[in-house]
Write a protein that binds this ligand. Structure first.
Ligand SMILES: [Mn+2]
Length: 354
C-alpha cells in the first residue's frame, strides 16, 4: 500500500496538482486497505488524511497505515480546516463523483483551483502488483472449478438458465468467493445471440448452445470468464463458428505481450473473424481490464497506447447470429514482458453435453 501511495504522490506532480481528494471507495481500498461504505482520502506533499465516521474508526485504526485518521461526519469541511495553512493551489479529485458531491466540493474548496482527474488512480491501478495478481488468480481458479461442476449439473430439457446461474453463483461461494462480480449470464439457444442475456426461466434444450459469462470476487478482486457449450448435438455450421471464435481468442493469446498497441490488441483477433466473413457479427469490443472492478481501463478503441506487463485484460471475441445462436469465449490474461499467462483455465475445446 505504501508503494501505491508513493506512486500517487509522484503522479500528482506530473499532473500539476498539489493534492488529490479521493472519493471512490475502490480507489480508497487500493491506497489504504480500508473496505467500507464511507471514507475520504486526501493526499498532498505533506499530508495523508483518512476520514471516516464513527462506525469505521476502529477498523481504520487497525487497517490504514501511514495516514492521519480523522473521525468526522463532514469530511470535506474537516479537510479544508486541516489544510488551511498549507498554501495549496490546485486540488485534483476523482472525476466520477456524484453531482451533489461536486457541488459540495465547489462550495467547501471555493478558494482553490479544483481539477477533475479522469482515470488518475485508475491509471495506476492498471498495473497489478503481486498481491493483486494472487487474488485475481484465485478468483479465476474458483470460476474454473464452478464451470467444471456445472457440466455435471446440466440436464438437457430440464435445467433452466436460471438454475445454471444459481448453481454457478452458489458453487463459486462454496469455493471461497465472497460473491459474484456481476449478474451471471446464462443464455441458451436463440437467447445466446444476445451478448449479455442474463439468465431467464427458459429450459436449456437438446440441440442448443449455452453461453455462460460469470465471475466472482475473491479478496475484493474479480474474475470474468465466458464459455459456450453445445447441448446434445452440434451442426457443422455451429462447429465452424465455435472454432472460429476459439481461433480468434487464441490468436490474441499467442500475440499479446507488453508493448502491443491497444489497436492491435483488438485488431489481431478481430481480423480472424473478419477474414472468415463474420466481422459484422462480432459486435462488441475485444475486452477490458479487470481488477477491483469488473470493467476497468484500458479499453481497446483506436488508441496507439500500449499494454504493459502487470495488466490483467480480458480476451473475449464473439459471434452473434440473431434468432439463431451466439458463441463467445472469454479468458483473463496476465500480460508479461514477453507474452501473457492465461488465468482462466477451464477447457475451451468444443464441449457437447449429452
Ligand atoms: Mn468481460
Amino acid at each position: 500500500m505504501k508503494d501505491r501511495v508513493q506512486k500517487v504522490e509522484a503522479a500528482l506532480a506530473d499532473a500539476g496538482c498539489d493534492a488529490v481528494l479521493v472519493i471512490n471507495l475502490k480507489n480508497i481500498y487500493y491506497l489504504t486497505g480500508f473496505w467500507g461504505t464511507q471514507a475520504t482520502v486526501f493526499i498532498s506533499k505533506n499530508r495523508r488524511l483518512f476520514l471516516t465516521d464513527a462506525r469505521y474508526t476502529l477498523i481504520a485504526k487497525n487497517v490504514v497505515k501511514g495516514f492521519d485518521i480523522i473521525e468526522t461526519r463532514d469530511s470535506l469541511t474537516e479537510i479544508a480546516k486541516t489544510i488551511a495553512g498549507d498554501k495549496l493551489t490546485t486540488i485534483g479529485f476523482d472525476d466520477q463523483v456524484p453531482y451533489r458531491c461536486f457541488r459540495s466540493l465547489e462550495n467547501v474548496f471555493a478558494g482553490y483551483h479544483l481539477r477533475p482527474m479522469a482515470d488518475f488512480i485508475e491509471g495506476i491501478r492498471m498495473i497489478k502488483d503481486a498481491d493483486e495478481i494472487k487474488a485475481i488468480r484465485q478468483a479465476c481458479q474458483i470460476s474454473d472449478k464452478a464451470f467444471l461442476d456445472m457440466l455435471d449439473f446440466i440436464k438437457p430439457n430440464q435445467t433452466t438458465e436460471r438454475d445454471v446461474a444459481d448453481f454457478l453463483d452458489f458453487r463459486m461461494r462454496k469455493y471461497g468467493a465472497s460473491g459474484v462480480s456481476f449478474e451471471t449470464i446464462a443464455a441458451s439457444g436463440y437467447r445466446s445471440a444476445m451478448p449479455h442475456g442474463v439468465a431467464s426461466d427458459k429450459v436449456i434444450q437438446t440441440g442448443e448452445t449455452l453461453t455462460v459469462d460469470f465471475g466472482c470476487y475473491y479478496n475484493h478482486y474479480v474474475s470474468d470468464m465466458t464459455r459456450t457449450i453445445h447441448i446434445g448435438q452440434v451442426t457443422d455450421e455451429e462447429r465452424g463458428i465455435y472454432n472460429l471464435v476459439l481461433k480468434a481468442n487464441k490468436a490474441l493469446i499467442e500475440t499479446a505481450k507488453a508493448g502491443m498497441t491497444y489497436i492491435d490488441y483488438d485488431r489481431v483477433p478481430r481480423r480472424v473473424i473478419n477474414d472468415a466473413g463474420y466481422g459484422p457479427y462480432f459486435t462488441h469490443g475485444i475486452g477490458h481490464g479487470i481488477g477491483l472492478d469488473i470493467h476497468e481501463i484500458p479499453y481497446f478503441g483506436k488508441s496507439s497506447e500500449t499494454i504493459a506487463a502487470g495488466m490483467v485484460l480480458t480476451d473475449e471475441p464473439g459471434i452473434y447470429l440473431e434468432d439463431k445462436y451466439g458463441v463467445r469465449i472469454e479468458d483473463d490474461l496476465l500480460i508479461t514482458e514477453d507474452g501473457c499467462e492465461v488465468l482462466t483455465l477451464a477447457p475451451k475445446e468444443l464441449i457437447v453435453l449429452t
